[in-house]
Design a protein around this ligand. Structure first.
Ligand code: NAG
Ligand code: NAG
Ligand code: NAG
Ligand code: NAG
Length: 408
């Protein structure tokens, strides 16, 4: 892999990252790694006179595990623009929650009826049918999609202009395993009617508790006088462990009025945390593609590993967008929501669904790359040196004649 060529200083730098060889990864990731600072021991730099040594800008975004091991979040997948729907499956079965009055359409129907499309300026849109007048009790067409790819851990960053809201409307941006609830569920953005506060929720099998002593900005609601900290799907009448965001602009009309923003979900062995930023407050490192959660301040919600064995309760998730109408949440709460009439009546009129719309700029997935291990520098001339990594400090050596293999 030739990274650079200079008339007098032609060199090739082959980077291999342990445990995964870096040359298997796209170019942008190499930039991420190379933009880290270099440190080469003096004895090595001084030995062959032809070797020059240059320090690059330190890459922002080195994070640390509680045990001190450094790591970066490196780009893995991007879902955006014209190809967005290629990497998703359309879910065409009945919504698995109760009392639902929406039908999920297949890919062909979704495109034909304009329930899923990409605009000329690359906005990804998903919506419910907003043209059909229905009889009472008839279902309205809607869309649910999930990534074809399956993830166990990752940093998921959704940039969106609009999330669905309004009476009878119950959207979610979430992830879950095929084996529910054994593989867990993470609800990142969810709400009903004209809620203004996003609700973040985890559902698991027995034995996963939300540690109230974790640091986060949201509030834990009570269900029947009990704080909903038990994530077991059979506790708290199945509500899971949930946290309500403090910001009024985290869901619904105010979120949209702010131009939407970014929802970020970090899932690793330490915790599963969710942040939301409205558009004016999106951290620069997110925009730059070098996300650094450790600089984002407290998350809205954080499920710690202290009282929940995360690898045991969460695995093999697809990432999902849906819009449910009525159903176990929006239907059951309709009467007390302040919305007019009944959920059935609401459903009949297409003009009630103008706000049942996802408008998405991108979903980017980053993977955690540990920066620990040993650095090995191999030269093409046969010289060989090995040194212990001063991770996260990564070295780049420029030499006139040598090829270096640096493994971290
Ligand atoms: C999609 O759904 C429509 C309407 O139910 C049906 O007619 C069509 O055969 C389906 N297409 C595929 C490819 O399943
Ligand atoms: C329905 O949705 C489409 C697509 O988002 C939009 O262009 C249209 O203005 C909406 N309203 C009606 C009545 O079609
Ligand atoms: C949270 O911290 C308080 C004060 O240190 C402690 O008394 C309590 O037991 C902790 N709760 C949990 C669930 O660990
Ligand atoms: C790094 O080097 C040390 C000492 O040579 C060795 O014990 C250790 O197993 C190496 N670690 C890896 C990940 O290769």
């Amino acid at each position: 892999m030739l990274l650079n060529a200079h008339p007098t200083c032609l060199f090739a730098l082959i980077l291999a990252i342990w445990p995964q060889p870096l040359h298997a990864l796209p170019g942008s990731e190499i930039w991420n790694v190379l933009a880290s600072k270099i440190s080469i021991p003096d004895w090595f730099v001084q030995s062959p006179p032809s070797i020059q040594h240059r320090e690059l800008e330190k890459r922002d975004g080195t994070n640390y595990n509680p045990d001190g091991t450094p790591f970066l979040w490196l780009p893995q997948d991007e879902y955006s623009g014209k190809n967005f729907f290629d990497d998703f499956d359309f879910f065409i079965w009945d919504d698995p929650t109760q009392y639902v009055q929406s039908d999920y359409v297949n890919r062909t129907t979704a495109f034909e009826k304009n329930l899923a499309y990409v605009t000329d300026d690359n906005k990804v849109v998903m919506r419910t049918d907003n043209t059909s007048t229905l009889e009472r009790g008839q279902h309205r067409d809607s869309v649910r999609i999930n990534t074809k790819k399956i993830y166990t851990t990752g940093l998921f960053i959704l940039d969106l202009d609009k999330a669905p809201y309004g009476c009878a409307i119950w959207p979610a941006f979430w992830s879950t395993g095929f084996n529910w609830p054994a593989e867990g569920e993470i609800d990142i953005l969810e709400g009903v009617h004209d809620n203004e506060h996003n609700q973040i929720t985890w559902h698991t099998t027995q034995g996963c508790i939300y540690d109230e002593n974790a640091t986060f900005t949201g509030t834990i609601p009570q269900h029947d006088g009990v704080p909903s900290t038990d994530c077991w799907n059979q506790a708290n009448q199945g509500t899971g462990c949930d946290v309500i965001e403090w910001s009024r602009a985290s869901y619904g009309p105010f979120f949209e009025a702010q131009g939407g923003g970014v929802l970020a979900m970090k899932w690793d062995e330490n915790d599963i945390s969710v942040w939301s930023f409205f558009r004016a407050a999106i951290p620069k490192d997110i925009t730059a593609g070098t996300p650094n959660p450790s600089e984002w301040g407290l998350p809205s919600a954080r499920l710690m590993n202290t009282m929940c064995d995360l690898p045991k309760h969460f695995a093999r998730h697809t990432v999902i967008f849906d819009i449910t109408l009525c159903g176990a949440w929006a239907g059951a709460s309709y009467a007390t929501s302040g919305c007019p009439g009944t959920c059935d009546e609401r459903l009949m009129h297409p003009e009630n669904f103008e706000t049942a719309i996802w408008q998405i700029n991108s979903l980017k997935v980053y993977r955690k790359q540990l920066l620990s291990g040993n650095v090995t520098v191999v030269s093409g001339s046969g010289a060989y040196a090995s040194m212990k990594a001063h991770a996260p400090v990564i070295s780049l050596v420029i030499a006139s004649t040598l090829t270096f293999v640096i493994s971290i």
